[in-house]
Design a protein around this ligand. Structure first.
Ligand code: AMP
Length: 508
């Protein structure tokens, strides 16, 4: 089954609704189907064969959506890339994936110009002052291509990991993976009623792009917000203006900024029925604030590029009843918690989360070593540490294995310290990391963004009142902002690297 069938099906269900809306430009479903089939034909005309990779390197634009679906349609493999990547990183991924073509925009064409000549460059927007669409529209052939017949296991999307450790790896997602993810969304998150409209503010090359599948599959309208400078005011304004029913996907840091927007109350948000949040921990204080602001419409999900979107889900009604949990496994996901040697842990104990099911990737593209380390007997080793409530099966993620701090021989899960710090009314954002320490092996450092001046002792005292003493931060660093990647995740690696330079308040 070619996952592009979702587009045909969605077009039949759309009942005249627009497929895409971008800055006043509207694309109807029949137009989108036609363009996708003609762009796919154009790629064939350029000499691309089914199975060839096409890199997508541009901010949120309708062309990105068209090309993504043209790849599915023609049996090509889409390689969506974060457009903020450094040219060296882009060159690495293009080479590693063996991309035959790359779609770029004005923002990214300089990086593409440095690629080897065999990579065909397709320009979605030309340089300033020239016809913005000429180059791209020249790709679309006059006659549409018949949808390619593909095998379920054929790759459809290479989802390059953010590369927080080492070189990025391409999680190879098949047509089957994407179809299973879409079905899981419809079954366990939302069936997407006729007349729904999704707002995509996060990058479509990453999390939000995945939400195009369940939205398009049901003929919903997709309002595309230009990615780059996320502004809570613009976002809320678009929800009101476009009568948005679904906030496609928000990182917790984006949700927090929206909820704290001083103008929040002035926007009419009554049509909004669903906000999906995920990709990073959603802290209890932040969830509570969001539910207070929006009502019980927040779905938390846990997934990763290797098992996109659908490992666990916390439905809106359940969220506050299971504080700190990211929900229960989606239907069809087999989830276990294991010790480092792969053996099961005692009920309710922490260990690595491993999963298997139809959403789990084929493997990492042309990287058998990393694949063998991560996929063991069909089980995906997520690298996330957590525990299951033995009675009701809710999953509590503690941390990424690599973020766990070992101080004086004891494990500290940053998340538990972060949860406590966030209960202080003046603390807006936190990130707790471990840094090398000659005495303790590692020591706990808290990076904190506050609304007003605070003393480090006050925060350390708060931790001491709620946690074992060895878990309290030994240093507190007050900062104006925490480093975040394009998807809004806090980049802890950068904090660990910076810590030795920071002017920190040391508490001993
Ligand atoms: P990525 O592959 O870039 O989407 O990152 C996936 C990782 O983000 C997961 O392995 C988790 O560590 C983290 N993550 C995703 N969703 C959640 C969640 N709901 N709660 C905590 N961490 C999450």
């Amino acid at each position: 089954m070619n996952v592009a069938h979702l587009l045909v099906d969605g077009s039949r269900r759309a009942g005249g609704a627009d497929a895409l809306v971008f800055e006043g430009r509207r694309t109807s479903y029949p137009e989108l189907v036609d363009r996708v089939a003609r762009v796919a034909a154009g790629l064939r005309r350029l000499g691309l064969r089914p199975g060839d990779r096409v890199a997508l390197l541009l901010p949120n634009r309708p062309e990105l959506v068209e090309m993504l679906w043209a790849c599915f349609w023609g049996g090509f493999v889409a390689v969506p890339l974060n457009w903020h990547l450094h040219p060296d990183e882009i060159a690495y991924v293009v080479e590693q994936s063996g991309a035959a073509a790359i779609l770029v925009s004005a923002e990214t064409s300089a990086a593409a110009d440095m690629l080897p000549p065999q990579v065909r460059i397709i320009r979605a927007t030309a340089a300033e002052g020239t016809d913005a669409s000429t180059a791209y529209s020249a790709v679309a052939a006059a006659r549409p291509l018949d949808m390619a017949a593909v095998d379920d296991a054929d790759p459809a999307w290479l989802f390059y990991t953010s590369g927080t450790t080492g070189r990025p790896k391409g999680a190879t997602l098949s047509h089957r993976n994407l179809a299973a993810m879409t079905a899981a969304y419809h079954a366990d998150i939302d069936p997407v009623a006729p007349g729904s409209s999704f707002l995509h503010a996060a990058p479509l090359t990453h999390g939000s792009g995945l939400y195009l599948l369940p939205a398009i599959g049901r003929g919903a309208t997709n309002v595309i917000s230009p990615s780059g400078n996320f502004s809570p005011g613009d976002y809320l304004g678009q929800i009101e203006r476009h009568k948005i029913t679904h906030a496609a996907f928000l990182a917790p840091t984006m949700l927090n900024r929206i909820v704290r927007d001083p103008q929040f109350a002035k926007y009419g948000l009554s049509g909004l029925r669903s906000i999906v949040v995920g990709g990073a921990p959603l802290y209890q204080e932040d969830l509570r604030a969001a539910v207070n602001a929006f009502g019980p419409i927040i779905t938390q999900m846990y997934g990763q590029g290797e098992a996109p979107m659908t490992i666990t889900v916390m439905p809106p009604g359940d969220a506050l009843a299971h504080p700190g949990s990211c929900g229960r496994p989606f239907g069809g996901i087999d989830l276990r918690i294991v010790a480092q040697d792969g053996s099961p842990v005692p009920d309710g104990s922490d260990g690595e989360v491993i999963v298997r099911g139809a959403v789990v990737m084929n493997g990492y593209w042309k990287n058998p070593k990393a694949t063998a380390e991560t996929l063991v007997d069909g089980w995906l080793h997520t690298g996330d540490i957590g525990h299951l409530d033995p009675d009701d099966g809710y999953l509590y993620l503690t941390d990424r294995a690599k973020d766990v701090i070992i101080t004086g021989g004891s494990n500290v899960y940053p998340r538990e310290v972060e949860e406590v710090l966030l209960t202080h009314p003046a603390v807006r954002e936190v990130a707790v990391v471990g840094v090398p320490d000659s005495e303790w092996g590692e020591s706990v450092v808290a990076y904190v963004v506050t609304d007003r001046t605070l003393g480090a002792d006050e925060l350390v005292g708060l931790c001491k009142a709620h946690l074992a003493s060895f878990k309290k931060p030994r240093s507190v660093v007050f900062v104006d902002d925490l480093p975040k990647n394009a998807t809004g995740k806090i980049v802890k690696r950068q904090l660990r690297e910076e810590t030795h330079l920071a002017d920190r308040q040391i508490i001993r």
